[in-house]
Design a protein around this ligand. Structure first.
Ligand code: UN1
Length: 534
């Protein structure tokens, strides 16, 4: 069958009744609760996976700490060499892993493969980084003194990742953490255990081949209990969490209450703004991908669209035409563009969001319904498919000449919905007259992850990226809100959590910094010229 082929290619046993070990710390185990992995496109149970028991959990935490104590002594460029081998091993299984992402998470094939590519890319980056994680030499005010800022390995990094990027987000964290000399303990989303098992198998093989402890990259599948064991444990120096604002707050509180380090990548409520001078032939497909790609389940998905009045009707009618071509299909089929939502539960959330939009006076321009079994073919009958939706406030007539202030009140009418991240393909549209107004709307939500401006006018670009511009962590021009490369730091401000992962300076969070003042003179003067003994 379709699932058997995908799992078989990654040596994941598929025979009925088999329970897979969902725990790795050098050896595979798991005597805790059993969970199911369910295919979002068909509803088929793909596997049963065993999580860790509470005692096992404690053992994993200590083994991971011990692994760190060994691994911190491996010189950074040698750690880079391990990452190079992991990169090669991942690249050999790129298509197979990509297919597993499609099967278990539900995103389309090209996106599943893209996600594995993102892991490969960040490994490349971290191989280079392993020779460039430099500290600083600081000029001392005292003669015969020098000050060094020294990065050392941090310890154990707990990675709590989300279902929507079951491979890449772990990749970002693992690559930086490993280059920095840490051991990593991964708790993936409870609904994507197979992706994490397949990835961990590949990494474990490399570690074992190099006679390194497997617990340098430990894995514990499971739910809330496992998450709480990690956030509550002093063995875990930093917790990198990707997920909802609600859970992120709990994670942050738990970790900070024991003075651990926390790196948060929470909600996005990302807007695209289209100016009258934009190249619409570029903007429209990018907005379409941003809103519909991954069935609207990226943190970076486009959720709000602000159109300048003069081009609003033409952009909307082009978008509607594209939306109308969408047909649900098997994510494994290369022709499919419209993937399912990840869970049944998400279909319910989508439904209630659409209902709330209608109640708050929004007009549904396209979509608005989940696909029922009858409209889906064969095995997809039980798939979690919904129609990508475009909504706008009922009173906003896109062709009429309403003033800026009245469009502002339209915005506040549906304020709650504009302000929350709805993890589904729902795009809310507003019409503006001045760029300032659109930037104000862009910044009017609690989240601050990604944003995108479409213009050819350099003056707009200057405003957009400047002090009065977008307040997001990702501020794009003529590039959609989603699909960031690994080279720059990835993350968001405000309720997105201020964390930065992947490129840029993100690695600096995965080390502990020491300021080392060294005196090589024959006297010991105090700083600031203070004289203590006369
Ligand atoms: C996420 O949705 O959590 O920029 C990560 C992007 C991808 C990563 C998204 N490179 O859309």
């Amino acid at each position: 069958s379709r699932a058997r082929n995908v799992l078989g290619a990654l040596d994941i046993p598929t025979s009925d009744g088999v329970e897979l070990p969902g725990v790795y710390d050098g050896t595979w185990g798991g005597c805790g609760e059993v969970s199911e992995s369910v295919c979002p496109a068909t509803g088929e149970v793909l596997a049963h996976v065993r999580s860790a028991s509470p005692q096992e959990m404690q053992a994993i935490l200590s083994k991971t700490r011990e692994a760190f104590q060994t691994f911190r002594d491996v010189p950074a460029p040698k750690r880079g060499e391990i990452l190079r081998q992991i990169r090669e091993a991942l690249a050999r299984k790129r298509d197979e892993l990509g297919a597993l992402v499609s099967l278990e998470m539900g995103k389309i094939r090209t996106e599943g493969e893209g996600e594995v590519q993102e892991f490969i890319d960040i490994c490349d980056y971290a191989v280079g980084l392993s020779r460039m994680m430099n500290g600083n030499v600081v000029n001392s005010e005292r003669s015969g003194h020098t000050i060094l800022e020294v990065p050392n390995p941090l310890g154990v990094v707990g990675v709590l990742s989300a279902f929507n990027f079951p491979v890449a987000v772990y990749g970002w964290n693992l690559a930086l953490s490993l280059a920095a000399g840490n051991a990593t303990l991964w708790k993936p989303s409870p609904t994507t255990p197979l992706c994490s098992i397949a990835v961990t198998k590949i990494i474990a093989e490399v570690l074992e081949r190099n006679a390194l402890p497997g617990a340098v990259a430990s894995l514990v599948t499971g739910g809330k209990d496992v998450g709480e064991a990690i956030t509550g444990s002093k063995e875990v120096d930093m917790v990198s969490f990707t997920g909802s604002e609600e859970t992120g707050k709990k994670v942050a509180n738990a970790v900070q209450s024991r003075f651990g380090k926390v790196l948060l990548e929470l909600g996005g409520n990302n807007a695209a703004i289209v100016m009258p001078d934009a190249d619409l032939s570029l903007a429209i497909p990018a907005i379409f991908f941003g809103a519909v790609g991954t069935a609207g389940q990226r943190c970076t998905s486009t959720r709000r669209l602000y159109l300048h009045r003069s081009i609003s009707s033409s952009v909307l009618s082009s978008l509607l035409r594209l939306y109308e071509t969408l047909r649900p299909g098997d994510p494994l089929d290369r022709k499919t563009l419209l993937a399912p939502l990840h869970t049944r539960n998400a279909v319910g959330m989508y439904g209630s969001a659409v209902r709330r939009l209608r109640e708050s006076g929004s007009e549904i321009l396209v979509g608005g319904n989940a696909y029922d079994g009858k409209s889906l073919e064969g095995p997809l009958e039980r798939g979690n498919y919904v129609q990508p939706t475009i909504a706008r406030p009922l009173s906003a007539s896109l062709s009429s000449n309403t003033s800026a202030s009245s469009s502002k009140s339209e915005l506040s009418g549906a304020q709650d919905l504009w302000r929350t991240e709805i993890f589904a393909p729902i795009l809310q549209v507003g019409v503006f007259d001045e760029l300032e107004e659109a930037i104000e709307w862009n910044n009017a939500v609690p989240q601050g992850l990604s944003s995108s401006l479409w213009t050819r006018d350099v003056r707009n670009v200057g405003r957009w990226i400047g002090p009065r511009g977008s307040d997001c962590g990702i501020v794009n021009v003529n590039v959609g809100t989603s699909g960031a490369e690994i080279g720059a730091a990835f993350g968001g401000n405000k309720s997105t959590g201020w964390g930065r992962e992947s490129g840029g300076d993100a690695w600096k969070q995965y080390v502990r910094w020491s300021a080392c003042t060294i005196n090589f003179s024959d006297s010991a003067p105090l700083a600031q010229g203070i004289r203590h003994i006369v």
